[in-house]
Design a protein. Structure first.
Lengths: 446, 219, 133, 359
């Protein structure tokens, strides 16, 4: 929001109202103030600050709901029980709705009244963004850029196409870009583009290995959707619809989401609603696709025995229902998997999700949240931590370095790509292992 | 018209009608909002989603073992309170009688001694929960008038019930009238405060179970 | 009479015996008599029987025929009397422990003596042969 | 009940009784029984006996208003005179329409004479409620309304005995719709000592107790807030009931002839009003201690409580409540739905119809 809105609170109120349907209303009516959600939230658990109680974070949304939408709205207004929302209150709540919430859904998992608090925070962010109150240092700014250019780093289609071909050449992987017809259309995460380009080569290698017709689409490629985590509902729809249009244009039957938590939540569970009808293709996360083809035998992998543990991305496992796929893959690879204490659906969030990694001032809070994950990883005694979300990977990387880990942090996707039993024609030189790859210098990527 | 006759007669009728109207009002106000259809491909068929809803209604009563250490005290006090209430309400002879009069259903009751013990335990849990709500930083931040009023409106029927079973403080008629008035106060406030969770807990958990089953997500 | 007791029979009987002892001390020291209304207390038949057995029987048993029959029996403890009154139909209408040198009801009443005296005089023509001096 | 209206005037009771063969021992025995019944300390018995011996016959004027003669019938107990019926030798019942031989003008003359002879000293006993509607026309004696008779004769009475629930609280004639505007004596007369002896009919020993107390001590016994003698109405039937242990164990008869009823279980679920009824039936019992309603297998109907006829069915338990009825509940639900729908509609009007991403 380049120019702040005239009446931020009014914008927020309108946005809140437009988001409230029966499910949200039922949630806002049900809280019995039992305080259990705080006990599941890494920010309260690590700081002991009652302000970080999850249900407390959505007070502005609840206040507007009771005053304008609830069954007894007239009474709340008449008796002054829910005052008009003020910009001061919204501003005061900014760090609660953004900095101290990864929308990881642990609170939703414990709430005895079945309130999806994480979802309420997402709705709250819509209102905050409409009021121009998304934290500007990075998250707000990146969302604005993404809304305007389709990629949070302003990567144009041409630049993306050239990047793909560079990576293809570098990794000696045939890249399919903007082909007229492709059954499978993969997408990328802007973090991969910036930090882990190897994952794009890995996707290509695997799709070639499967032998299906596939192709990147430069007219709709960036699935990260910073707009979602910033709360820019319109920006979010611009991105998703461009990807949908691109996939349709490519005749895709399967849209593959990259290693990114919120990308999956965005495309798998929310894009169709914005599209207005069922999507003409299925949406899968890359680990689901790999697990599917391992099961069908299309993907053959070598054994890669190692002492590892696996970090579940909240949006994939707890929120997305794809907890099993990574285990299938790791088992196929013969990895000695030491599950963390609260692994799988009840896993602690690494602290980097939900856009907080893009909020500079939230760093200290993030470090506190990461401390839990750090202890749990160290407790497993594993040498390497795999994950299939670049956001988590980045957080584990930074956190690990800060903690002086001698462990490495790896991507499950790249691990698979490195251990494919090559059906590719004999005689071709074995490409260099991808895990050590850095972004090519001077490729114009910030 | 004695106090007791008033309590059992017009006052009970008024309280019942207010409760029924209030509950329907609140539920209608929630469920009749504009519904946005979800188009994302569901991982489970409709019937399994319903089953997911029903399952969550039950499973959310017991916190996951991962959460148990941090919520043990609050949850176990909550169990004592709610199990105590159920024993009092559905195994106490006079209560079964009231239910019988309204629905015609009846079943054997437990001796009064057991009910008095259950009431004492329930009261103790209630007092402990209030102490917790007044001291725990999170609960102090979250709690509003409704929490304390609803607490009182549960405390009064139980304490007047215990006095009634003792029949020493005052005549049976007076104590029973007070007991019924306290229940009526609860019934009148129920639809407008947190006591509405008697209905919302099923709707809330069911809705989450249903929606999450669509995603195959954990509940 | 009830057929149940809140307290065990012997506890109640011990309590009653203690009270009787108190009344006896009053009688012995200050010649003040007292009574315990057994019907007024929630005692079971068994409890009364036990009390009666603990008190035993003494030297005097008096039966009174007035507005029904009554039995005033001295217990084995001197000055402690067990009075049981029945109406014309035989129903026990009062039952007491009287602690007195002699229960009030056994004494003849001066008014009655005066009336009886006149009656005796009327009946015997006032003793013509013993005109007093 | 002797019809002696003009006893040898100044003779005291002791002499009178002696003349009839009742020695002082009978009087003392009577006093022992009555002190026990009145829950007075036994040491008062000799005092009561002496007072009675020296007392004069107490004049009692009995006026019958809107009544069924049930109270008189039970108090006479012609069935078997008991020791406490001796009391009727201590009072001089100077006027009682059902019992006296004379009637009409002669009876009225007797009444005037009795009132004149005992001005300020007689006890006014009343059974039956006092209709006040339409000037009290619904119950007349010799063309004169009960209301005016009550007001006149209450004036010079020493104290008033309201005998039976009708005289005390209006009783059955006062039951809804109360066509005659019946009320209790206490609703008309104030500033005069009144003792209510409710019951339909009242327990006979209670009247004897009150009369003995009055004759012995010259005043009415201690009364509760409803002007009832505390000795007899201080506790409820429930407190004194021999079936109470079953109530505490939760053993209730479910129908009048089921296994529980045959074993004498508590009749709470069959509508017994014992817990809310103050009276001495459970301890003094009826018909010379034979039994009382609960002992004979029927719940207490609370006949000694005000408006007992309007407290709902005798067979609806105290714990029960008159349900609202499904029709009213339906209406309430409809009102609720309408309100909720209205609230939802007004909320929808505020929600712009841009397609949303989530329900």
């Amino acid at each position: 929001m380049s120019t702040p809105p005239a009446d931020p609170a009014a914008n927020a109120m309108r946005s809140f109202i437009s988001d409230i349907g029966p499910t949200i209303s039922l949630a806002l009516e049900s809280c019995v103030h039992c305080g259990q959600c705080a006990e599941a939230c890494q920010y309260y658990v690590q700081t002991g600050d009652a302000r970080y109680t999850p249900i407390h974070k959505i007070e502005p949304l609840k206040q507007v709901y009771h005053r304008e939408v609830g069954p007894f709205a007239f009474a709340y207004k008449f008796f002054g029980l829910a005052p008009k929302l003020t910009t001061e209150k919204l501003t005061e709540w900014q760090d609660l709705i953004y900095d101290s919430c990864n929308m990881c859904g642990r609170c939703s998992l414990i709430c005895p009244m079945g309130i999806d608090i994480a979802d309420l925070v997402e709705q709250s962010r819509h209102g905050m963004y409409a009021a121009g109150l998304a934290p500007q240092d990075f998250l707000g700014a990146l969302a604005e850029k993404e809304h305007a250019s389709g990629s949070p780093f302003g990567l144009t289609s041409v630049q993306f196409r050239d990047l793909l071909h560079d990576i293809g050449a570098k990794h000696n992987v045939t890249m399919h870009v903007d082909e007229p017809q492709a059954d499978i259309v993969p997408t990328v995460s802007s973090i991969d583009v910036k930090t882990y380009p190897g994952s794009m080569a890995a996707i290509a290698k695997i799709l070639n290995h499967i032998g299906a017709s596939w192709s990147f689409r430069t007219d709709g490629f960036d699935a990260d959707n910073v707009s979602l985590t910033a709360g820019d509902r319109d920006g979010q729809n611009v991105i998703t619809q461009s990807i949908v249009k691109a996939a349709i244009a490519g005749g895709a039957t399967t849209l593959v989401m990259p290693e990114c938590g919120h990308a999956f939540t965005e495309m798998r569970w929310e894009a169709a609603n914005a599209y207005g009808k069922d999507l003409p293709f299925r949406v899968v996360q890359i680990t689901e696709l790999i697990a599917e083809h391992i099961a069908s035998g299309k993907i053959q992998v070598n054994k890669a025995p190692q002492n590892a543990t696996y970090h579940d991305a909240c949006q994939l496992s707890r929120r997305g229902g794809a907890t099993a796929a990574p285990r299938v893959i790791l088992a196929a690879l013969g990895v000695a998997l030491h599950e963390m204490e609260d692994s799988g659906d009840a896993g602690w969030c690494c602290g980097g999700g939900g856009g907080t990694a893009l909020i500079k001032r939230a760093q200290p809070l993030r470090d506190k949240a990461f401390a839990i994950k750090q202890k749990q990883v160290e407790a497993t005694g594993a040498d390497i931590v795999y994950t299939s979300c670049s956001g988590c990977r980045q957080t584990l990387d930074h956190g690990g370095k800060a903690a002086g880990w001698n462990k490495t942090v790896g991507s499950l996707l790249e691990l698979v790509a490195d251990n494919l039993i090559p059906p590719s024609p004999p005689g071709l030189p074995q490409p260099a292992p991808l895990t050590s790859l850095k972004a090519p210098a001077g490729s114009g990527i910030i | 018209m004695t106090l007791l006759a008033f309590a059992r007669g017009p006052a009970m009728q008024a309280a019942t009608l207010i409760m029924i109207a209030g509950m329907f009002w609140r539920l209608a106000g929630i469920l009749l909002l504009r519904r946005k259809t979800a188009h994302a491909a569901a991982r489970t068929p409709f019937l399994l989603r319903l089953a997911g809803g029903a399952k969550t209604i039950v499973t959310r009563t017991v916190p996951r073992k991962n959460f148990w250490p941090r919520v043990a005290s609050g949850v176990s006090l909550g169990w004592v309170l709610h199990i105590g209430l159920f024993v009092i309400l559905f195994a106490g002879a006079p209560h079964i009688l009231v239910i019988h009069q309204i629905t015609g259903l009846s079943w054997p009751n437990l001796p009064k001694g057991v009910i008095v013990i259950a009431s004492a335990l329930t009261l103790a849990a209630l007092v402990a929960l209030l102490a917790r709500r007044l001291t725990h930083p999170v609960l102090r931040l979250l709690s509003n008038t409704d929490d304390y009023l609803s607490w009182l409106l549960v405390f009064l029927p139980i304490s007047t019930g215990i006095l009634l079973s003792g029949e020493t403080v005052a005549g049976y008629g007076t104590l029973l009238a007070l007991h019924i008035f306290s229940v009526e106060a609860l019934m009148i406030w129920l639809p407008f405060g947190k006591l509405m969770h008697v209905a919302l807990v099923f709707a809330g958990r069911g809705m989450m179970g249903f929606n999450f089953a669509r995603k195959g997500a954990a509940t | 009479m009830r057929d149940f007791n809140f307290l065990a029979d012997d506890t109640l009987v011990d309590a009653l015996l203690a009270e009787i002892a108190g009344l006896m001390e009053n009688l012995a020291a200050r010649n003040i008599s007292g009574s315990i209304d057994l019907l007024g207390l929630p005692l079971s038949a068994a409890c009364l029987a036990l009390l009666e057995q603990r008190l035993g029987t003494g030297e005097i048993t008096a039966t009174l025929t007035a507005a029904g029959s009554s039995e005033i029996r001295e217990t084995s403890f001197s000055g402690v009397w067990w009075s049981s009154h029945a109406d014309e139909t035989g129903r026990i209408v009062a039952m007491l422990i009287d602690v007195a040198l002699v229960p009030e009801i056994l004494k003849a009443n001066t008014d009655d003596v005066r009336l009886s005296h006149r009656r005796l005089l009327d009946a015997t023509g006032s003793f013509p042969h013993r005109r007093s001096a | 009940m002797s019809d002696q209206t003009a006893a040898p005037d100044q003779e005291n009771l002791g002499a009178m009784l002696a003349r009839r063969g009742f020695g002082r021992r009978s009087l003392l025995k009577f006093a022992i029984v009555m002190t026990s019944s009145l829950a007075l300390p036994p040491s008062l018995a000799p005092v009561m006996a002496d007072n009675l011996a020296k007392a004069k016959r107490q004049s009692v004027i009995w006026l019958s208003f809107q009544e069924c003669t049930g109270c008189l019938e039970t108090l006479l107990r012609s069935s078997a005179p008991t020791i406490d019926s001796l009391i009727f030798d201590f009072i001089s019942l100077d006027y009682q329409e059902s019992l006296m031989a004379s009637a009409g003008a002669a009876a009225e003359h007797t009444l005037r004479q009795a009132v004149a002879a005992n001005k300020g000293e007689y006890l006014l006993a009343i059974d039956g409620s006092v209709p006040v509607k339409d000037g009290g026309v619904y119950s007349l004696t010799g063309g004169r309304s009960n209301v005016s008779m009550l007001e006149e004769f209450a004036g010079s009475a020493k104290a008033i005995l309201a005998i039976g629930t009708c005289a005390a609280y209006g009783g059955i004639p006062k039951a809804h719709p109360n066509p005659t505007g019946a009320v209790g004596v206490e609703d008309i007369i104030s500033g005069k000592p009144i003792v209510n002896i409710p019951g339909c009919p009242p327990v006979p020993e209670v009247l004897s107790g009150v009369l003995v107390y009055f004759v012995s001590f010259g005043k009415l016994p201690d009364l509760d807030d409803r002007k009832r003698p505390l000795a007899y109405f201080g506790t409820t039937i429930h407190d004194q009931c021999y079936r109470r242990p079953f109530y505490d164990q939760g053993k209730f008869a479910k129908s009048f002839d089921d296994e529980g009823a045959r074993q004498g279980w508590c009749l709470f679920e069959l509508g017994c009003k014992g817990p809310t009824t103050h009276n001495a039936c459970a301890s003094l019992k009826w018909n010379n201690g034979t039994s009382f309603p609960i002992e004979s297998g029927h719940g207490c109907i609370g006949c000694s409580e005000p408006d007992f006829w309007d407290q709902g069915s005798f067979y609806t338990s105290l714990a029960g409540s008159s349900a609202t009825g499904w029709r009213n509940a339906g209406i309430a639900a409809a009102v609720g739905l309408a309100g909720g729908a209205a609230a939802a509609l007004s909320a929808r009007s505020k929600t712009p119809t841009i397609p949303e991403d989530k329900s």
